[in-house]
Design a protein around this ligand. Structure first.
Ligand code: C2E
Ligand code: MG
Ligand code: MG
Length: 623
């Protein structure tokens, strides 16, 4: 398979060949006119002109971006013929002039032949199929000519020209080997030996052009290993590399022969294949291949003394006629792959219109979110937290975005986008500052809470400047007494990060008096050992478990287990999403410490929260 760069190189040689043939060719007409070979010389030059015109046509018809593989191959065949034609013509002028020794034109003919061979050896070194026949076509007549002279010096020249032929072939071959090695390095990934990203994109672009021409469909599978980072982090890069090599073997064994497999980088691989007239058939094969890959990859690997298991998430995008942008399809497969990751990994999804709509929506949110902060569209609401005696003793701040274009956008929707785009750092700072200001104001106004919770996103928490930022904001807005009421809510996703780093940050903030709560407990994948290591103060029972208290015995047991475990670890408990008296009663019965949910109050704007607390106090006093 020849890549674009090879064809582009050949393409660039065409004007060179045309120029080197037409300009010196004029001198031969002049010499022909001087020495009675004008008609053959002109005839020869006309042939040269026709060949040059063909060359220019080939030069113009080349377009790397849109040519299909078939058209490119056709172009290459034509181009080879063009090269043969040019050099055959040079061999022809040699044959015409070499006979004219009376006029000493044979010297010029000999020089022409040698010169043309040197040109062929250097300009055509990139392709064995071009330089070999060309050098031979030029040099053999010269050697034969010397031999036929029949004099001793001519035999020596015949030997010299044979040696020169060998040298030219040798030089071209060495250059060719070097070029091939460089090309291999430039197009392949060193660890896996697979094609690299850059080559794959070029290949995909050519495939898309072919599919566009034939009206057929193909597929693209993007494969990302699940939790590969853990293998690297826990067992070292050596083991990681060998595992990757094992994965590559299975990919190559399992993917159909016609597929091209490449490594995009890290633990990401990509496969393209298929030529189907029907989209459905294409999708069916893509899914079939993906499932076979999933099961092949899951068989255990033996790396040194370790037995390793790894699964993968595969995103599929279907390539169809009409759209020609290779990168777009990779992006689509990537989106589908992330969808698999979100839904629990170890599976396959095909990119579809629904995903496309969501991605467009995400892009719109991302775009508008940039303006939301400076335009003051981001505010905080506060949801009361109530103790076992029914007193409001805390609040959780919850961010709200009211966009003039999109209306109210729920935090579940825009926080993940802010995390992906890095905007969470700026947004998180704004949230912290607003929350701290409110907390400070309330305290000064006599609205004293035992705890004030702020949600901290994982990306924000693990950002290098986070602890320093909190220290600075605390210094600016809060008295040391008030800091003691601060509770940062983190989620179980932090444990997927560098756990030592997380603990260090937590400890630095705990030194200020800030406490920590594990939010949405039970929905992530933290283990008991992690829970034990993190300096936590509180567990929040996720509202999904509270919601399921209605009927499901399994989830009742879950809530009870979480509450008991918290007690065992000496942690306070808050139940989220308490909506009914029955849920409240059940949680009370099992020793839950605090309650938060619509049963008591929805999240409220700052003024409304202040009124709510006043009313609550008034009611309690009245009682
Ligand atoms: P979370 O921290 O678990 O917040 C609790 C969510 O449950 C809030 O949703 C709250 O409005 C909702 N909720 C409370 N009581 C009830 C109830 O009785 N029934 C039902 N159905 N829902 C209830 P919200 O405000 O939409 O926030 C969703 C998530 O967005 C939060 O979950 C949190 O993970 C994230 N989030 C919210 N504000 C912030 C923030 O300031 N920073 C960061 N990083 N994340 C935030
Ligand atoms: Mg929360
Ligand atoms: Mg929660």
């Amino acid at each position: 398979m020849q890549d674009t760069r090879f064809h582009e190189f050949l393409h660039r040689q065409i004007p060179m060949l045309v120029g080197l043939s037409l300009v010196p060719g004029l001198a031969y007409i002049f010499l022909g006119w001087l020495h009675d070979v004008f008609v053959p010389a002109v005839g020869w030059y006309v042939l040269m002109l026709l060949t040059a015109a063909w060359g220019i046509h080939l030069y113009r018809s080349f377009d790397a971006a849109t040519m299909s593989e078939t058209r490119r191959e056709q172009w290459y065949t034509q181009c080879s013929r063009l090269v043969y034609a040019f050099f055959t013509l040079w061999a022809l002028i040699f044959l015409i002039y070499v006979r004219l020794d009376a006029y000493k034109l044979h010297y010029i003919a000999i020089f022409t032949e040698i010169g043309a061979s040197v040109v062929a050896s250097s300009l055509l070194a990139s392709d064995k199929r071009l330089f070999r026949p060309t050098i031979l076509v030029l040099m053999i007549p010269l050697t034969v000519y010397f031999t036929l002279i029949g004099e001793w010096y001519a035999y020596v020249l015949a030997i010299f020209s044979t040696i020169l032929t060998w040298v030219l072939l040798y030089a071209a071959r060495s250059t060719n080997t070097l070029l091939m090695q460089t090309r291999h390095q430039a197009t392949h990934d060193a660890l896996s030996g697979l094609y690299n990203r850059q080559y794959f994109i070029e290949h995909l672009q050519r495939r898309m052009n072919s599919l566009n021409e034939s009206g057929e469909h193909g597929y693209l599978l993007l494969i990302d290993l699940d939790h590969f980072k853990t293998v690297n982090d826990t067992l070292g890069h050596d083991v990681g590399d060998r595992l990757l090599q094992g994965v590559v073997e299975r990919l190559l064994d399992t993917a159909p022969d016609h597929c091209v497999v490449a490594r995009l980088g890290g633990d990401e691989f990509i496969i393209t294949g298929g030529s189907f007239t029907q989209r459905d058939a294409c999708e069916a094969e893509a899914l079939d291949v993906a499932r076979q890959l999933l099961s092949a990859l899951k068989t255990p690997y033996v790396v040194g003394a370790h037995q390793l298991y790894i699964s993968a998430s595969i995103g599929v995008s279907l390539l169809g006629p009409g759209d020609c942008n290779a990168n777009r399809f990779i992006k689509e497969a990537d989106i589908a792959m992330y969808e698999v990751k979100e839904k629990g990994r170890d599976g396959v999804f095909v990119f579809d219109a629904e995903m496309a709509r969501r991605v467009e929506g995400d892009l719109e949110i991302e775009r508008l979110l940039h303006f939301a902060l400076p335009r003051g569209e981001i505010t905080l609401h506060y949801q009361p937290q109530v103790d076992r005696a029914g007193r409001i003793i805390g609040a959780e701040s919850l961010v709200r975005w009211t966009s003039p274009t999109l209306g109210t956008v729920p935090p579940d929707r825009f926080i993940p986008i802010a995390e992906q785009t890095g905007l969470i750092i700026e947004l998180g700072r704004h949230i912290l500052e607003t929350a701290f200001r409110t907390l400070g104001d309330w305290h000064r106004a006599g609205l004293v809470l035992k705890q004030f919770s702020v949600n901290i996103s994982m990306r924000q928490f693990t950002h290098p400047g986070f602890a320093a930022q909190v220290e600075e904001l605390v210094r600016r807005h809060l008295d040391p007494v008030v800091v003691q009421t601060l509770m940062f809510e983190i989620t179980e996703t932090v444990v997927a990060e560098d756990i030592e780093g997380v603990i260090r940050t937590m400890q630095r903030l705990k030194a200020l008096g800030i406490r920590f709560s594990m939010d949405d407990f039970g929905t992530g994948y933290s283990s008991l050992s992690h829970l034990n290591r993190l300096p936590l103060d509180e567990l929040k029972v996720d509202r999904a478990f509270v919601l399921a208290l209605r009927d499901d015995d399994g989830d009742r047991a879950m809530v009870v287990t979480i509450l008991n475990m918290a007690k065992l670890f000496g942690l306070n408990t808050v139940a989220e999403g308490v909506e009914t008296a029955a849920q409240h009663a059940f949680l009370m019965h099992h020793g839950c410490g605090m309650f938060q949910g619509y049963f008591h109050s929805k999240p409220l704007a700052r003024d409304a929260f202040e009124l709510f607390v006043q009313d609550n106090a008034a009611t309690r006093n009245a009682i």
